[in-house]
Design a binder for this molecule. Structure first.
Ligand code: ZN
Ligand code: FE
Length: 255
């Protein structure tokens, strides 16, 4: 089986666009639709035709380009029901445990409510890849617009148990500011210090910090570490992962 190709490129102010291509069948999916014109141009430059749209959630910087891409390509839309808040209801509504097939590539759906209630992650277990939308960021996590801290902590827990070497494609380049915040709550974490140095170097050279890996995030991302006793003690909620997660998320909102 030929390995899938992921083509990543910046969109809008700080979003990333992703095209997933199956060389065996020529099928191509766009993960979300932050900027239709840019996505269509990137596909054309590769000689690919978009056959599927995989939405993670309804926010306009993720589903706002659906109509234009469907009009241009006839692509079939997959996503959570709530995409209907910003675009046409998906042709195929996805739930936890569903599988989406792009040619020979299978994606398993993981429900990750919190940022929005209808947020899903596309996990390609055969290829060690996850498209996580706005649930997990490099050294951060999505803001809780619709869900509760308990929901988001559970959702992040489902990602944390994926294999450490899973390549994680986050939908935004927020890592430099996430790193500054992470250091404010977990500044003695050697893995975080090393990670933050790497981020600084990459951004100084205008390089992306995405993708990351589950292993790197488990060691350094405070939003995956709310059950770490040192972090819990630092923010004043020993023994309470949910209160710690809520507190860290709250502090980030005003950082
Ligand atoms: Zn969003
Ligand atoms: Fe977003």
């Amino acid at each position: 089986m030929a390995a899938p190709i992921v083509h990543m490129f910046p969109c809008l102010k700080d979003n990333y666009g992703f095209l997933l291509h199956d060389p065996a069948t020529g099928e191509t999916a766009t993960i979300d639709t932050p900027e239709a014109g840019k996505i269509l141009a990137e596909a054309a430059a590769k000689g690919w035709t978009i056959t599927q749209i995989w939405n993670t959630h309804w926010h306009p910087d993720h589903a706002g380009g659906n109509a234009e891409i469907v009009a241009a390509t006839g692509a079939k839309v997959y996503g959570p029901e709530e995409v209907a808040k910003a675009a046409k209801r998906p042709d195929s509504v996805l739930h936890e445990g569903d599988t989406v097939q792009l040619g020979a590539i299978a994606a398993h759906i993981i429900d990750t409510p919190g940022h929005t209630l209808g947020h899903i992650v596309y996990h390609l277990p055969d290829h060690g890849i996850a498209f996580v939308g706005d649930t997990l960021f490099a050294l951060g996590c999505g803001r809780l617009f619709e869900g509760t801290p308990t929901q988001m902590w559970d959702s992040l827990g489902k990602l944390r148990v994926l294999p450490d070497d899973t390549t994680v494609y986050c939908a935004h380049e927020y890592t430099a500011s996430n790193a500054a915040f992470a250091l404010s709550v977990d500044g003695a974490n050697a893995d975080l210090l090393a990670y933050a140095e790497g981020v600084k170097a990459k951004r100084a050279n205008d390089q992306p910090t995405v993708p990351t890996t589950i292993g790197a995030e488990k060691r350094a991302n405070p939003f995956l570490r709310a059950d770490d006793p040192k972090l819990q003690a630092f923010v004043g909620h020993p023994g309470d992962a949910i209160a710690t997660f809520a507190e860290v998320r709250e502090r980030k909102n005003t950082f």
